[in-house]
Ligand binder design. Structure first.
Ligand code: NAD
Length: 328
């Protein structure tokens, strides 16, 4: 197949591009960042800005069998929940989605995947950390807790409107905290699984790590391999509505830190400090994908954490970064 990946040197995009190449497809890859998190060489990488409609028209100059749109202005809580980057996040990501979708239509590319987020879910359903509701149909009445979430929700509607009006097949995944090798871990855009792994890896035996909030906030985390599996299964399914791609193994941030500490074999204490936290509770609800895809992630969290801890420890060892210069 002729396949296009937008955001291809990003964390998920680079893994996805490799998987698609391994499947034998002809992959055209696009990103504004030439290197990104890529650990392998992507053949056929075009570097440019998807906010620019004329660039997008050059890139999408033929009908693709599949387009994966993952490019976005993206980060963890320290980037998305402080309010400092809201206007840029919304403008950048909305421009990309408007351009890519329109070029896909004009090129007669019929099937397009959009990476949405669990951040679309309303705040009211994420107040009790032990009982969040992230069923796909709970998203309305809309009330995401970040502008990033509002942009994703707008974009979901945009893709669905194109499907309705222009005979295009759109597939929408709401990713829940994906992690794995090559994710952001030390540039201010890292999310909790990478940030905590880095802190534990940097902290000597007998030391202490800092955790944003009281540690009782809950999340679930999905390892990259299962994210790719879910993405491809969704893309090639008949289900056209938004679908959660996430793990149902919910854990508190404090317990996540404990798991890393146990994996490290060190004795490390925890100190809870004020910081951006996002929702109090969030967990994937996989009833819909079990029904529509006949599949749901099953890998235990601890296995994925062991892999990412090994990867981040190796990065820490090779970079010699003083812990006191790091953000959470
Ligand atoms: P990422 O930041 O690693 O990848 C995004 C890529 O988009 C980057 O390589 C970036 O350079 C590229 N990009 C940004 N602006 C661009 C532009 N103007 N033109 C061209 N390329 C541009 O993020 P990721 O973790 O790989 O996430 C991929 C997608 O999945 C994003 O849309 C993100 O919002 C969504 N998502 C990710 C997670 C997660 O846990 N990683 C969770 C929910 C949703």
């Amino acid at each position: 197949m002729e396949v296009l990946v937008c955001g291809a040197t990003g964390f998920i995009g680079s893994h996805l591009s490799r998987r698609l190449m391994e499947e034998g497809h002809n992959v055209r890859a696009v990103d504004i960042e030439p290197n990104g998190y890529v650990e392998h060489s992507i053949r056929n990488l075009i570097v440019g800005d998807l906010r620019d409609p004329s660039f997008v028209a050059e890139v999408i100059d033929q009908p693709f069998d599949e387009i994966y749109q993952l490019a976005a202005d993206m980060g963890g809580a320290g980037y998305l929940f402080t309010g400092d980057n809201d206007a840029e996040v919304m403008r950048n990501s909305a421009s990309i989605n408007l351009n890519v979708l329109e070029a896909a239509r004009q090129s007669k590319s019929r099937r397009i995947f959009f990476a949405s987020s669990a951040c679309v879910y309303p705040q009211r359903n994420q107040i009790d950390p032990l009982n969040p509701n992230c069923a796909e149909d709970s998203v309305y009445p809309a009330d995401p807790d970040s502008e990033y979430g509002w942009e994703k929700l707008f974009a979901e509607r945009l893709y669905i409107a194109y499907a309705r009006n222009f005979d295009m097949a759109v597939r929408i995944a709401r990713y829940h905290n994906i992690f794995g090798p090559n994710c952001a871990w030390n540039n201010g855009k890292e999310k909790a699984p990478a940030a905590l792994a880095r802190k534990v890896a940097e902290t000597p035996d007998g030391g202490q790590i800092e955790i944003w909030g009281d540690g009782k906030q809950t999340r679930s985390f999905l390892y990259i391999d299962e994210c790719l599996e879910g993405t491809l299964r969704l893309m090639r399914s008949d289900w056209s509505g938004p679908a959660n791609i996430g793990s149902e193994e919910m854990i508190s941030i404090s317990a996540l830190a404990d798991m890393y500490i146990s994996i490290s074999g060190k004795k490390i204490g925890k100190r809870f400090i004020p910081g951006p936290e996002g929702a109090r509770g969030r967990n994937s609800d996989n009833r819909l994908i079990r029904d529509k895809l006949g599949w749901a992630p099953s890998r235990p969290l601890r296995e994925g954490l062991e892999s990412i801890y090994a990867w981040i420890s190796a990065q820490v060892a090779s970079q010699d970064m003083p812990a006191n210069e790091r953000q959470a």
